[in-house]
Design a protein around this ligand. Structure first.
Ligand code: ADP
Length: 445
């Protein structure tokens, strides 16, 4: 087992990883920018190293500074969390080249899944169903037209290197295709330095359902069930549930069997999430994330498992030690992503938190690095807390969530807590009757 892990991240996820390390008896090294010197992840770590100025590119994305911090402190592994360097295959390679363990999959799997075209073709060859679309990248507008005519409008142009909902453009009709193609390409080039784009049929009422998978380095692969992440704004998740109100245990088992068989054939290792769109009883793969997800706690609650602990154990070479038949699902869990944003305009609201009171009680979990007096810096992602509730049934979970949101107080800055209160009180949400397009209309209405 590792003696000391460097956590190459900040905020709630850095704390989340520290907690798992501490329970395993592993020392922790925090890294931070100058803007984060007072941050909770720095205060609670065993050791900390300043790795640069506020801008992420100079600190949390600064690979030489992070590797130096690991060398100076004698860390033997690096956990990347989510975002930042977590899906950077070059970083994973450099970590290993320096004699450290990267807590995640192999660099080659990160690279494969980071190219969504390569990911889709790998999954298709392993028998995983896809959203209908182009066979690989679209070289030019003429090819795009031909594919769109075949799969029928509306269509979606997506960046092969895309992420965070960027580089996606819809064309509702042939007249919109040229613009969508051009804008998606330009956006992809600017945002990701790679202008390869592909096409998918734009589904009109899908749910986003993803499957949590874990594999060890001894060939064992299991899944921890699905999460429903259909509540999105601008293709970004706001609220997630485990399990999905829309699928049955038999559907989960079938999807799990297909996915775990595919990953076993790929020789995949560590945590992974396969994302699907689900419509008319059919699952269609869209992408795979090769890291811990923001929404992993809902899975932890229903499966009673510490997924970060599992990531660390697997990275250290341990076998899973259990099979699919040992994994069972209990009750229902919901997570709200709470951001420092105006709940109406979604403009970021950095600033000083004057008072902070987190809800508690049975079945309530708050993953946050906030505290009274903390200054939310303007430089990073605006998510400041995750509120997770767990209860025997979905209805109980909704009632618990309402109660917990009412207790939650963050003063001094605006947050999206009021928006979550409105969602919880909505009839369609309560009935589980929503698709990926629902929240956008709810927010506008
Ligand atoms: P990213 O990596 O940027 O998050 P994804 O491929 O995971 O991109 O898609 C993000 C979201 O965009 C999905 O959860 C879904 O809401 C929407 N989306 C993606 N592909 C389609 C599609 N073919 N039809 C309709 N919506 C889609």
């Amino acid at each position: 087992m590792f003696q000391k892990i460097l956590i190459a991240n900040r905020g709630e996820i850095a704390l989340r990883i520290q907690r798992a390390c501490r329970e395993l008896g592993i020392g922790t090294v925090a890294v931070h920018s100058t803007a984060d010197a007072e941050a909770m992840h720095v205060r609670l770590a065993d050791e900390s190293v300043c790795i640069g100025p506020p801008a992420a590119k100079d600190s949390y994305l600064n690979i030489p500074a992070i590797l130096s911090a690991a060398a100076i402190t004698g860390a033997d592994a690096i956990h990347p969390g989510y975002g930042f360097l977590s899906e950077n295959a070059g970083f994973a390679e450099m970590v290993e080249a320096h004699g450290l363990t990267f807590i995640g999959p192999s660099a080659s799997h990160i690279r494969m899944m980071g190219d969504k075209i390569a990911a889709k073709s790998a999954m298709a060859s392993l028998g995983v169903p896809l959203v209908p679309g182009s066979d690989g990248a679209l070289p030019d507008l003429e090819t795009a037209r031909a594919v769109a005519d075949k799969i029928m409008y509306p269509v979606l142009i997506k960046a092969a290197a895309g992420g965070g909902g960027r580089g996606m453009k819809v064309a509702q009709a042939p007249s919109e295709l040229e613009d969508a193609f051009r804008v998606a390409r330009t956006e992809a080039r600017t945002a990701f330095g790679n202008d390869a784009v592909y096409m998918e049929k734009y589904l009109d009422r899908p749910r986003h359902i993803e499957l949590q998978v874990f594999a060890d380095s001894h060939g064992n692969v299991v899944h921890f069930g699905e999460r429903d992440c259909s509540l999105q704004r601008r293709h970004q998740k706001l609220l997630e549930e485990a399990g999905s109100p829309a699928i049955s245990a038999a559907q989960r088992d079938a999807l799990g069997a297909t996915a775990t068989a595919a990953l076993a054939k790929l020789g995949y290792r560590n945590a992974g999430t396969l994302e699907f769109l689900y419509q008319d009883g059919q699952f269609a793969f869209i992408e795979m994330n090769t890291r811990l997800q923001v929404e992993h706690p809902v899975t932890e609650m229903v499966c009673n498992v510490d997924l970060v602990r599992e990531q660390i154990r697997i990275a250290a070479g341990a076998a899973l030690g259990y099979g699919q038949e040992d994994i069972s699902f209990h009750g229902h869990a919901i997570e709200c992503r709470i951001t420092a944003e105006d709940p109406h305009t979604f403009m970021p609201t950095p600033g000083r938190v004057t008072a902070f009171h987190a809800p508690g009680g049975l079945g309530v979990r708050v993953d946050s690095a906030l505290y009274a007096g903390y200054f939310v810096p303007p430089f990073y992602d605006s998510m400041v807390a995750k509120l997770i509730v767990h209860a025997p049934t979905r209805l109980d979970a909704i009632n618990r969530l309402r109660r917990a949101l009412d207790e939650f107080a963050v003063l001094g800055i605006q947050t999206t807590i009021p928006l979550h209160r409105r969602i919880v009180d909505d009839r369609s949400f309560q009935e589980g009757d929503y698709t990926i397009h629902w929240l956008e209309r709810f927010v506008a209405g």
